[in-house]
Design a binder for this molecule. Structure first.
Ligand SMILES: [Zn+2]
Length: 270
């Protein structure tokens, strides 16, 4: 098998699984993978992702233009803009998957975010899973909505619409889609059963430490873990507070020593 044919087989496999697990419907969703620095292999517009054959995939350049030869009648998806943006922002990304996972989208419709720290493995793998503001599917607005977020996140919810997951391979981008939807399902189910109690900050701090050791940490972690999960140590704020407390304690100690000395002096004079 050539690299091209292996990648075609992998995309077809991912499409089947997306259909099997109801992560897409009809002809929705799209999958792409880097062939080399100038070309992507991608699912074409209008075909059901669960029933693709390898030769139905198309090759496009980094502007989204079709590179011939292409199967007759097949053209790039209008949602390719999102994929192109992800590859542009993330040189480490070699696979992109866009899907319509039911629970993640349903939560976005009722305004429930996936940013709270409630599932250890999700926190470890993703940190916070952000949700974009609503943007018209297939539009440049949608492309702009993920542009900043994709720099520091491997899984993003597109409000009212779907998900975007990226990875070093198309397979890993798919696994991240599974994990995103699994996280959404647990949060939705927990809300049905009762009040969601987020993990205590001291437990989240341990998960963050492992996340750092495993090389999953991102530039936005400190800000997001502080904002969503109450763990602000990584921002340096905690260290600054400790230094301030030590300085104040030192000052108080010095003043006490001075006043003791003064009172001893005045006692000896009386
Ligand atoms: Zn879509």
């Amino acid at each position: 098998m050539t690299a091209d044919s292996e990648l075609r087989a992998e995309i077809v496999r991912v499409g089947k699984l997306m259909h099997q697990f109801e992560l897409v419907d009809g002809a929705s969703g799209n999958i792409s993978a880097r062939l080399d620095s100038n070309r992507l292999l991608a699912t074409p517009s209008g075909l059901a992702k669960g029933f693709l054959s390898p030769e139905q995939l198309i090759v496009v350049d980094m502007e989204g233009e079709l590179i011939p030869p292409a199967p007759p009648g097949l053209k790039p998806t209008s949602e390719l803009l999102m994929h192109l943006e992800a590859y542009k922002q993330r040189p480490d990304v070699n696979g992109v998957v866009h899907a319509h996972p039911i629970t993640a989208v349903a939560l976005s419709i009722v305004g429930i975010p996936l940013t709270d720290c409630v599932i250890p493995e999700s926190v470890m793998l993703f940190g916070a899973i952000p949700t974009t503001p609503y943007a018209n599917p297939s539009s440049a607005e949608n492309q702009r909505a993920i542009s900043e977020l994709v720099k520091t996140h491997d899984a993003i919810v597109l409000a009212y619409h779907g998900s975007l997951t990226v990875g070093p391979t198309v397979w890993e981008a798919y696994l991240r889609l599974e994990s995103l939807e699994h996280t959404a399902k647990i949060i939705a189910q927990a809300r049905v059963l009762g009040t969601v109690k987020p993990l205590p900050p001291e437990q989240v701090a341990k998960i963050i430490s492992t996340r750092q050791q495993w090389g999953f940490a991102r530039a936005t972690d400190a800000e997001e873990f502080c904002k969503y999960c109450g763990v602000c140590h990584a921002s340096g704020q905690h260290r600054d507070e400790e230094a301030l407390i030590r300085a104040v304690a030192e000052e108080v100690k010095n003043k006490l020593q001075v006043s003791n000395f003064q009172s001893q002096t005045s006692n000896s004079q009386t």
